[in-house]
Design a binder for this molecule. Sequence first.
Ligand SMILES: Cc1cc2nc3c(=O)[nH]c(=O)nc-3n(C[C@H](O)[C@H](O)[C@H](O)COP(=O)(O)OP(=O)(O)OC[C@H]3O[C@@H](n4cnc5c(N)ncnc54)[C@H](O)[C@@H]3O)c2cc1C
Length: 352
Amino acid sequence: MKVVVCGAGIAGLAVAWWLGRDGHDVLLVERAPGRHGAGYMLDCQGPGYDAVARMGLQPLLQERAVSLSELVYHDEDGGVRERFTDEGPAGDRMVSVMRGDLEDVLHDVLAPGTEVRFRSGVEAFTDHGDGVAVTLTDGSVERADLLVGADGIHSRVRALAFGAEDRFLRDLGFHTAAYVFDDEQTARGLGDALHMMDAPGLQAGAYPVGAHRVATLFSHRVPAGTPLPGDPRAELRRVYGTTGWIVPHLLDRCPGPAEVYYDRVAQIELPTWSRGRVTLVGDACQAMSLLSGQGAGMALAGAEALAAELRRGGGDIAEALRGYEERLKPVVLQRQEEARGMAEEFVPALAP
Ligand SMILES: Cc1cc2nc3c(=O)[nH]c(=O)nc-3n(C[C@H](O)[C@H](O)[C@H](O)COP(=O)(O)OP(=O)(O)OC[C@H]3O[C@@H](n4cnc5c(N)ncnc54)[C@H](O)[C@@H]3O)c2cc1C
């Protein structure tokens, strides 16, 4: 079977790995010019960890694991408000890694014949019933048995197959940002702890990534539907510019827009995940938001479920896609609901 997968993030790489292993001919197209940078720390746990284990990737992930032994809450003036010590190893069913490291591991284990084409994406497709003609952004056309949209929460494939994003996106009322910068002195000062500071309507955090780098995380309340800013760095300065602790230093080290992750905190709710010979996997169909701490894990689980159902379907694609959705959707809906339940507590309320 020939499969075009759009998006070489966690879901797309995992789908490509499973399908390549099953002997399918996979073309992975990715909009970015190359592999992504570090991104942010992900806890890979539960079904996601189990999927990683079945892929045999734990040793590779353990080598790159981010290990933090404390969570320290600061007041705005920098004083320590609360400290939580990790009571011991997180257990053998969880590993924390930087998103870029997880993607690197997935890239490195792809089947030899799998083609990854950067600076490429899906422009359009025509479903002929017995196959799908996929027009790529360079104008070339790939004929495939299946098109998989693994292109994240703002999925282009979903928009082409199902319609505009605003019909499916549930905005939880926060914007969030993350970036990494080199700074040995600050990394040393952070010890091996995740540090958080909160104030009405916002929170900022920092943690060391190895001995030389610092990762940041910012989240703040916004009215649902607030458009994303054109310049994330300027927006972070506007929102966090007057806060204390080490936030001014973190803002000074903010890189250019290409290296800053900035997005709304949102979920995707779709009545169905597949249409004809097109299906979705990962955040494109099941985004649960960072509040769940399970999006990447469930993207891995989804990739495995899709491949397993295609294997089981023995060529009956419609049946396989039905089975994939039936298998995973109940878990996704439950995780999404749990995440929404955490929204009120996530960031302190705005001052009245
Ligand atoms: C700050 C933060 C912390 C998080 N913490 C956790 C956690 O602890 N545990 C956890 O499990 N999850 C966590 N998540 C969620 C997790 O990151 C996502 O659920 C996961 O990345 C989804 O993977 P994906 O491959 O579906 O989508 P993405 O990671 O968004 O990847 C999509 C890929 O498609 C590419 N793409 C996009 N559009 C196109 C296009 N038009 N054409 C071609 N390519 C395209 C993108 O460049 C990207 O490579 C967190 C998220 C955030 C923001």
